[in-house]
Design a protein around this ligand. Structure first.
Ligand code: S5P
Length: 475
């Protein structure tokens, strides 16, 4: 931005009351001779437009794929910049939704993309990191921050020492120079402001950082899987926790392919990466007893468990037949299966009768990934209570997050479907989260990935990528 444009912008900011001089008590209780309120800009579209142009010219040499404004004041800045450049925008939620998908970042997330942070005002620089953190957790690359006004109180240093480049359109010192030259502010006031800035430098201490950045506050303490194996009461659950600890994987592949050969080939290819292979035997058009036998052979060869995702939902007497009989004879080859809690305890009793607790286990569906599903909080709690009544057989949940806290919850495993590196849905209601979001933010144990892996060009290599992300997210 040239000198004239800068001057014009400063004068307009002063005219509309975005920068004021006098005596103001800040949130911290400190008295300041200057007050900057950039929220008023939304009432002045011409200034907003000037600001967006100025921010864009400040980042003309920066390479980025997407941009994200720090809420709320910088959101309209980012929106205009996105519209002018055609680059997509992401939005960070200030409050995480208490229901539904609990996303921190809205918009289409493409891991590996470079995201530019747009901020209105930098004082300490810490609020920038409240936005950087969730973006980096989603595997976006954040190198650059652009701000309209740097107050000059140490924010630049705080941002740069954390490895980010800061570009600012204006500093408060520049604003003062323009306003003094234009006769809008007298030199006594300008000197007071300069002295204030000098005397109020903000250094970010660990304590301050922990107050501002929530994830620094309470780093999740996870009980190791080998210890959870000792808490679990079902033999298959014990085997699963031990396997995860031994093989160092918390990846389950949903092998939703429709031919037996394709299923076995996929199982053989991803077998080295997974702790669980999840099947839907009723979508395999040429299923025979031999398919089950071969799957068991591959499970032994690669050290994984087989989970038939049958989602039983009938009365006890019927599920006995469905689990042990029919064409699929599920209990003869699957290590564990799952059920809806809807029919009541009889469904658990029926499946226990059909399969036995020695070599089989059961998960309950406590939450689902699909949009508009009817499994509300009360239902989830009722599922949890049901599981606690049957710990000899029920060893975990299909859920979107950990549903039982504390050591009591450590005895159960939490498996989460709806996982993909890119979060676009499938047009049929499926909703996706990234491996990191599921494991690190929602404290789940195992990611279940279907199309993200079996539809990729190289399922074995893709499985290795998901495996690493999910395992690293436990740390
Ligand atoms: O809530 C659920 C529960 C399950 S078990 N949402 C799900 O998507 N699933 C299953 O997980 C679903 O039946 C499918 O086999 C897998 C997800 O597949 P993807 O291709 O969307 O990853």
């Amino acid at each position: 931005m040239d000198e004239e444009a800068r001057k014009a912008l400063v004068l307009r900011l002063f005219d509309i009351g975005a920068v004021k001089f006098g005596t103001f008590t800040l949130k911290s209780g400190i008295e300041s001779p200057v007050y900057v309120d950039l929220r008023v800009l939304v009432s002045h579209p011409d200034v907003l437009d000037q600001v967006a142009n100025a921010l864009l010219s400040a980042v003309s040499s920066v390479e980025y794929d997407t941009l994200c404004g720090v809420p709320y004041t910088a959101l309209p800045f980012a929106t205009l910049m996105s519209s002018k450049t055609g680059k997509p925008m992401l939005m960070r939620r200030k409050e995480v939704k208490a229901y539904g998908t609990k996303k921190m970042i809205e918009g289409v997330i493409t891991p590996g993309q470079r995201c530019l942070i747009v901020e209105d005002l930098v004082t300490s620089g810490l609020s920038v990191f409240e936005t950087v953190e969730p973006l980096e957790r989603e595997q976006l690359i954040v190198n650059d921050v652009v701000v309209l006004l740097d107050r000059g109180q140490g924010g630049r240093k705080n941002i740069e020492t954390r490895g980010k480049n800061l570009r600012s359109v204006l500093t408060l010192a520049q604003v003062l120079d323009v306003l003094v030259a234009a006769g809008k502010v007298d030199t006594v006031t300008a000197d007071r402001v300069t002295a204030f800035i000098r005397d109020n430098q903000v250094t970010v201490t660990d304590k301050l950082e922990a107050q501002v950045l929530p994830t620094k506050k309470a780093k999740l303490q996870r009980t190791p899987f080998e210890d959870r194996a000792k808490l679990c009461k079902n033999a298959v659950g014990v085997a699963l926790f031990s396997l995860m600890a031994r093989k160092k994987t918390n990846l389950c592949v949903a092998a939703d392919v429709v031919e037996a050969k394709a299923l076995l080939d996929l199982a053989d290819a991803v077998g080295p990466q997974i702790c669980v292979l999840k099947t839907h035997c009723d979508i395999v058009r040429d299923w025979t007893d031999e398919t089950g036998t071969q799957l068991r052979f591959l499970a032994d060869k690669h050290d994984f468990l087989i989970f038939e995702d049958r989602k039983f939902a009938d009365i006890g007497n019927t599920v006995v037949q469905q689990c042990s009989g029919g064409v699929h004879r599920i209990a003869s080859w699957a290590h564990f299966t799952n059920a809806h809690a809807l029919p009541g305890d009889g469904i658990v009793d029926g499946l226990r009768t059909a399969a036995g607790v020695e070599n089989h286990g059961l998960l309950l569906l406590a939450q689902m990934s699909s949009a508009g599903n009817l499994l509300n909080k009360e239902y989830t709690s009722a599922c949890v209570e049901m599981a606690k009544r049957h710990t000899d057989f029920v060893f975990g949940f299909i859920s979107q997050e950990r549903v039982i806290e504390g050591s009591e919850g450590d005895a159960f495993v939490y498996m989460t479907p709806g996982v993909k590196l890119s979060q676009e849905g499938d047009g049929l209601g499926q909703q996706y989260n990234t491996p990191t979001a599921v494991i690190a933010d929602r404290n789940s144990d195992i990611i279940i990935v279907g199309r993200g892996i079996y539809k990729s060009d190289n399922p074995a290599a893709t499985a290795a990528i998901y495996r690493k992300q999910a395992w690293d997210a436990l740390a």
